[in-house]
Design a protein. Structure first.
Lengths: 608, 296
């Protein structure tokens, strides 16, 4: 698998870099080199955009606004203040990233694609400011921008500038690729697949969305700077609404799911625009760009990069086929918890938890405790409020009243990812796996909270990043071995049978080395053999020193496993205590069976 | 404060605000039944304007030109829904929304090719006279804009409140999935609401054109300002969306008059961003602001 992806990376680099290097040698005229420079600048601007749209699923329709910021900062600093153009470029990048951070942070918290319009509004504000301010040169813009230079090394020659521009574009691509194959890349894919599950492994969705907005702003700004040096001028029309649309069309045609897609799309779009210009069809540009956007999104959402990747798969072989799946669990794969909380204490303390939906009191004043090291089951008929209570504990819904203490600390105001970071793992009743990643990557997502590399070190791929990745891989393999699922590491989870997918989810939750594991109906959808295996797995997890709280319908499983049971009915707790004692509680029997104790179902509850 | 000056700014602002209000309403209704924010919403206004102006300039009487322009809006919107949204009902939202932007760009481009770059003129429905109101002098056409908007809003709210189909639309806005499970045919409803939103947008474009002229690239700004109204209503509440649209028109006009006409767009869009920053909790430190939303 790694050999295969390394081959793919190398091929992609070669397929892109060789034509870029050769191009000005073959077409040395000032027009073709100029087109190459425009394409290269745009390519730099698209990398972050792909991460923002294709990975984080966040739309920004006014991305050219950041090219304006970069272009103007550079034009003004290098023309009026004679600052080195490369330093000015960096200044523009920093300013753009700061703007993106300030507006991105609050806006990303709002749902419903607000960023799309907000960024467009931002771009129009920039245009108005540029037109109205004398400082930026008004409608005429800033003229006489010097040729590009880096710390005094001049790139006065167009061909030299071409190489400088593309070198910067490749730096952007490299940063994008580094992000792609890191914990942040996985986090972005996880967010795109299921924000709920991403939260359950401690991924702060908003933080990474904002980070990608900031990265995309910085790269767009660099692109704008380079463009201003090529044009030797900056005016308000250079990076207007049409440029934002071209950028968007470019990344869509190039392919939203690959960092290379952006650079590829930028090249194609630039070529296409020049073609239309040479055919004297500039009026048609808008129709063609718009139509391409629509057609590609409907028919080929993976774009050109997706098509090339499919071609690679066909030639080299798909890879990622499941090998022989081994279901023999290895109990020694995971080490017991390192710093277990003192035994015989209370690990989780739910006090008076309440939550109503309209007039329906789904959970009303429920209190119970979970002892450290125990297996506690939360049972009750359908609609008793078990899953709601679970969601309250996991931070997925706010409590109306009451509190939840974990290791003595209140956690009821925390969000799901913060709760996961605190050491509470969970599995879902309806599987929430990330189907845009392999099984191994899914489990590696569980390591997120235990990894420390941040955006700067990941961008530069400092030595600690691959080290941490290797460690996460090892831990993910161990978690899969522990649950008993080996040989399926390289496939998408959806190709696995349901029971195996459930094991992947358990492995993902175990990978975050939880102190407490919440399991929401882990046996639902499993057959008898699988349920038995699950029971055995739960006991082995408990033996690692991990406390377990589970919601379950399957009474045999509960009665065989749980040390203590909490029974809910119509949103209130009706019984609570050691399993044997609860089993005999007349109220519990009534809740489950009505008042006739001589039915077959009675045997099911009482019998075990 | 000079009230004549105030009304001379306020009333024209209300007039353009009518268009924003109808666009905002279109945003809210289509988003609720289809789950997609239709970024081509502003283009229907542009289409209505340019089509009616071109027809009248070509010698067609006013009334049939208005009717045809409105029907064009409905047909274009319905076609958009059938061709570009219905086939991709299951793809992720961000892709479907981007598709609507692509459609908007195509519509702009077609308008540019068919009708050219220059603004198109449409005479007032009842001449070019002016009226005086609270000391402000307004084109008579303003009355038509207000009347048409009032009629469209009344019809829309009657439709939502008192017809079965309207109730189905409201059900979708509360919970799209539950509405579908209850047997509401969201496919047909989506097509219907798109057509109505297209027609209403185009009609708004027709009535405003005698005052502001019609240009191929006006759709973005109508769309953005209507979107601000829709956002103020949380993309859910049609009444607040309409009031928001009207308010944006007024703010824009007052900003142009009292501050500077060059900065009016910057002020309106600045209001949007400021509002979003406040709603997103820029003044609340930490992540406490989020907890309330976590369950949504």
């Amino acid at each position: 698998m790694t050999d295969r992806s390394r081959l793919k990376r190398t091929l992609a680099l070669a397929a892109f870099a060789i034509p870029v290097i050769i191009y000005p040698l073959v077409y040395s005229g000032s027009y073709p080199v100029g087109v190459g420079i425009i394409a290269g600048a745009m390519a730099a601007g698209t990398v972050g955009f792909v991460l923002l749209i294709g990975y984080a699923h966040q739309l920004a329709f006014g991305q050219a606004g950041f090219l304006m910021v970069g272009g103007y900062v550079n034009a003004i600093l290098s023309t009026h203040y004679h600052i080195d153009p490369f330093v000015a470029l960096l200044a523009g990048v920093v300013l753009s990233m700061a703007i993106a951070w300030v507006i991105g942070w609050p806006i990303m918290k709002l749902r419903g694609f607000v960023l799309a319009m907000a960024s467009l509004a931002m771009q129009f504000i920039f245009i108005v400011l540029a037109v109205e301010s004398d400082f930026a040169g008004g409608a005429l813009g800033t003229q006489g921008v010097p040729k590009f230079s880096i710390f005094g090394i001049s790139f006065a020659n167009d061909t030299a500038f071409y190489y400088a521009v593309w070198a910067i574009a490749f730096v952007c691509v490299a940063i994008g690729l580094n992000i792609d194959r890191s914990r942040i890349g996985r986090a972005l894919k996880a967010i795109a697949a299921s924000e709920m599950a991403a939260g359950s492994v401690g991924i702060d969705a908003i933080k990474y969305k904002v980070q990608m907005f900031v990265v995309s702003a910085g790269m767009a700004s660099a692109a704008g700077s380079l463009g201003a040096h090529y044009l030797r001028a900056m005016d308000p029309n250079v990076y207007g609404f049409a440029y934002s649309l071209n950028l968007l069309t470019g990344v869509i045609i190039g392919g939203l799911t690959s960092v290379w897609g952006g650079a590829l799309g930028a090249t194609v779009i630039t070529g296409l625009r020049e073609l239309l210009r040479s055919l004297a069809l500039p009026l048609w540009e808008s129709v063609i760009m718009g139509a391409l956007t629509v057609i590609v999104l409907i028919a080929f959402p993976a774009g050109l990069a997706g098509a090339l990747s499919a071609l690679f798969d066909r030639v080299v072989g798909r890879g990622g086929r499941a090998g022989t799946i081994s279901l023999a669990p290895d109990s020694t794969a995971l080490a017991p918890a390192q710093n277990p909380p003192p035994a015989d204490g209370v690990l989780l303390d739910v006090r008076g938890a309440s939550r109503a939906f309209g007039s329906l009191r789904a959970v009303a004043d429920v209190s119970f405790t979970v002892a450290t090291g125990s297996i506690t089951a939360l049972i009750g008929p359908n609609g008793a409020g078990k899953t709601t209570l679970f969601n309250l504990i996991g931070g997925y819904q706010p409590l109306d009243a009451g509190s939840v203490l974990f290791r003595g600390e209140p956690i009821e105001t925390l969000l799901p990812d913060e709760i996961a970071v605190g050491g509470i793992g969970r599995t879902f009743q309806n599987l929430q796996l990330f189907d845009n990643m392999t099984v191994l990557e899914n489990v590696m997502c569980g390591r997120h909270r235990l990894m420390t590399a941040g955006l700067p070190s990941i961008s530069a791929r400092l030595p600690k990043v691959p080290r941490e990745e290797a460690e996460a891989q090892r831990a993910a393999h161990a978690a899969l071995a522990f649950v008993g699922l080996r040989g399926a590491e390289d496939v998408r989870p959806s190709v696995l049978p349901f029971g195996h997918q459930r094991l992947v989810e358990v492995a993902r939750a175990l990978a975050l080395e939880p102190t407490l594991l919440l399991m929401d109906e882990p046996a639902s959808g499993l057959n008898d053999t699988e349920t038995e295996r699950l029971a055995e797995l739960i006991l082995r997890i408990c033996a690692l020193g991990i406390t377990i709280l589970l919601v379950e319908h399957d009474m045999r499983l509960v009665m065989g496993l749980a040390d203590s049971v909490v029974v809910m009915h119509h949103g209130i707790k009706i019984a609570d205590g050691p399993t044997d004692q609860v089993r005999a509680d007349p109220q519990v029997i009534a809740a489950y069976l009505g008042h006739d104790p001589h039915t077959e179902a009675h045997e099911r509850v009482a019998g075990a | 404060m000079d009230f004549a000056v105030f009304f001379q700014l306020f009333l024209p602002g209300l007039t353009t605000g009518c268009v924003y209000a109808l666009v905002a309403l279109g945003f809210v209704l289509t988003a609720n039944v289809s789950g997609v924010v239709n970024f081509a919403q502003g283009e229907f206004v542009m289409l209505g304007g340019v089509v009616a102006a071109a027809l009248v300039a070509g010698g067609m009487p006013m009334l049939p030109a208005i009717v045809i322009a409105t029907i064009v809006g409905a047909i274009v919107a319905a076609t958009q829904e059938r061709l570009t949204l219905a086939p991709v009902r299951d793809t992720p939202h961000f892709i479907r929304i981007t598709i609507t932007l692509g459609v908007a760009v195509v519509l702009r481009g077609i308008a540019l090719i068919l009708f050219g770059k220059d603004p198109l003129f449409l005479p007032g429905f009842t001449g070019e006279g002016t009226i005086s109101l609270f000391g402000a002098v307004l084109p008579i056409q303003s009355l038509w804009v207000w009347a048409a908007t009032a009629a469209l809003l009344a019809a829309t709210f009657w439709f939502l409140k008192f017809t079965d189909v309207g109730r189905a639309v409201r059900a979708c806005s509360i919970n799209l999935r539950a509405a579908r499970l209850m047997g509401i045919d969201a496919e047909r409803l989506t097509l219907l609401v798109f057509s109505l939103a297209g027609a209403a947008g185009a009609l708004a474009g027709v009535v405003i054109t005698p005052i502001v002229l019609a240009t191929w690239d006006a759709g973005v700004s109508y769309g953005l300002k209507g979107f601000i109204g829709a956002i103020l209503g949380g993309m859910r509440n049609p009444v607040i969306a309409v009031l928001g649209g009207l308010g944006i028109g007024v703010v824009e006009s007052l900003a142009a008059g009292y501050v500077s006409s060059g900065y009016k767009d910057a002020i309106v869009y600045g209001v949007l961003i400021a509002y979003l920053l406040v709603r997103g909790g820029v003044f609340l430190f930490g992540r406490a602001a989020l907890v309330g939303n976590a369950g949504e």
